[in-house]
Design a protein around this ligand. Structure first.
Ligand SMILES: Cc1cc2nc3c(=O)[nH]c(=O)nc-3n(C[C@H](O)[C@H](O)[C@H](O)COP(=O)(O)OP(=O)(O)OC[C@H]3O[C@@H](n4cnc5c(N)ncnc54)[C@H](O)[C@@H]3O)c2cc1C
Length: 424
């Protein structure tokens, strides 16, 4: 029996899942609505990468080529000192190896990835309707400027109240609304929903600033006490600035609910500790129109669903943007949930039970955190910079062994013959 499905959030996971639902005759018969809080597709953000099982999934979806065409022209990472002198240089990390660069083999601007999944979901829907002509069942609808306000569980459904006051009953609600998911809080209760976000005590801000002629294709990083400052041109006419800090964590946390200009003022305090291109960062922050800041954290929650509400992507298992694995975790989740729904027809309970069982092992592995270099003193910062220098000088980065399996997870992707993969 076709289901009424609501997906909350049109970031990466929402549209990717909607696209995957169109790949089987069972799930393409469902009526799918995606709501997005933002008035338009929220295609902002800096570079994100995809690794591990994300690559075979994109290949199956026939999207690897489209993603590859959008990868950014970043050639590695330079570690600099306060005088702009390069002390170490690392090339791109291949997908099957660990490395010291921020750049992985598949690196793409977040907005490009959001658009690829969004457009593909609509293209797949159009294909279903074209193939099935008059008999096409199901639907896929995006509604922007709409959010979820309340949620009530009943035996086999969930009643949702929207920001416009409208109420509607769904057979399945998917929370794909990011690490600070409201759906999670509404479904599991405020305490469990909030406690699922495990702060790393690190705050990050991102903004674009004018590019300078001396900047090439390498990202650059400068370690200062309890913070580091990064520039990435990503092959664009502007430069992305990224600041990571453990300083003033409480003050920064308190600033997030405030208007952007006030948040920027709080971040000006962090700019003070920078001894590299300080004026450029200060001016860039002041004049930026795309400033975005958040607290780095992981989402860990025992159950990924309650009744007919399930968490997908960052809302259920954000690995922290730091790891560069947010997209990979999300896409693994989308693939398994779509596969299980296709396999079990309208037995949603079994599909959700299997989704949770299958997605937990790879996610736990991918949530393993790397060492985070945040020396709090000048001496510590000098040590980190010099370790990078000697790793580079002695070529230790080139001696790293290949990972056991691509991307470092030993887990094998389940196969779903129920899903159709069209080759162009
Ligand atoms: C603006 C933005 C910039 C980002 N920049 C980076 C970056 O530079 N580097 C990086 O590694 N990761 C970044 N991320 C996170 C990254 O996109 C995710 O880690 C990952 O791709 C998983 O995607 P997701 O769909 O689960 O979550 P997200 O990509 O966060 O998408 C969640 C979506 O849900 C929407 N939403 C939230 N609440 C509601 C609500 N109540 N009702 C309806 N819609 C709602 C949001 O507007 C967003 O479109 C960013 C996320 C956002 C939203």
């Amino acid at each position: 029996m076709p289901l009424n499905i609501l997906i909350v959030g049109a970031g990466i996971a929402g549209p990717a899942f909607a696209s995957l639902l169109q790949r089987s005759s069972v799930t393409s018969a469902h009526h799918v609505t995606i709501i997005e809080r933002s008035p338009v597709l929220r295609a902002s953000g800096q570079q994100i990468d995809f690794k591990a099982q994300c690559i075979p999934i994109l290949e199956k979806m026939n999207l690897l080529k489209a993603m590859r065409e959008k990868t950014v022209a970043e050639t590695g990472l330079e570690v600099v000192d306060g005088n702009d002198k390069v002390v170490a240089k690392f090339g791109i990390n291949p997908a099957d190896r660990n490395g010291f660069a921020l750049t992985s083999e598949y690196e793409i601007m977040r907005g490009d990835m959001v658009r690829v999944f969004y457009e593909d979901s609509l293209a797949q829907r159009a294909k279903v309707e074209h193939e099935e002509k008059q008999s096409a069942k199901g639907s896929l609808t995006y509604e922007f400027n709409k959010s979820i306000e309340a949620l009530h569980h009943s035996a086999n459904s969930a009643e949702v109240t929207f920001s416009d006051g409208q109420k509607k009953e769904y057979d399945l609600v998917i929370g794909a609304d990011g690490a600070s998911s409201r759906t999670r809080r509404l479904a599991f209760g405020r305490d469990i929903g909030n406690a699922a976000f495990k702060s790393l005590g690190i705050h990050t801000c991102y903004f674009d600033m004018p590019r300078i002629p001396s900047e090439g294709g390498m990202a650059r990083i400068r370690f200062v006490p309890a913070s580091f400052f990064v520039t990435r041109t990503s092959g664009r006419p502007v430069t992305g600035a990224l600041v990571f800090t453990k300083k003033d964590a409480e003050v920064l946390r308190a600033s997030y609910g405030k208007p952007i200009e006030e948040q920027k003022k709080t971040w000006m305090g962090i700019m003070e500790i920078n001894d590299w291109q300080k004026e450029r960062f200060v001016e860039g922050l002041k004049n930026s129109v795309d400033f975005y800041a958040h607290e780095q954290g992981q989402v860990k929650i025992d159950e990924l669903y309650k009744g007919r509400v399930a968490l997908l992507g960052d809302s259920g298992y954000c690995p922290a943007p730091f790891t560069g694995l947010g997209t990979t975790c999300s896409l693994i989740g989308c693939y398994i949930l779509a596969g299980e729904l296709a396999r079990h027809g309208d037995d949603v309970d079994t599909a959700l039970k299997n989704y949770q069982k299958l997605v937990k092992p790879p996610i736990e592995e991918l949530q393993h955190l790397p060492y985070l270099p945040f020396p709090s003193s000048r001496v510590g910062m000098w040590v980190v910079t010099n370790i990078a220098k000697w790793i580079y000088k002695l070529g230790i980065d080139k001696m790293l062994p290949a990972k056991d399996t691509e991307g470092g997870t030993k887990w094998a992707l389940p196969e779903y013959p129920e899903l159709k993969w069209h080759k162009e």
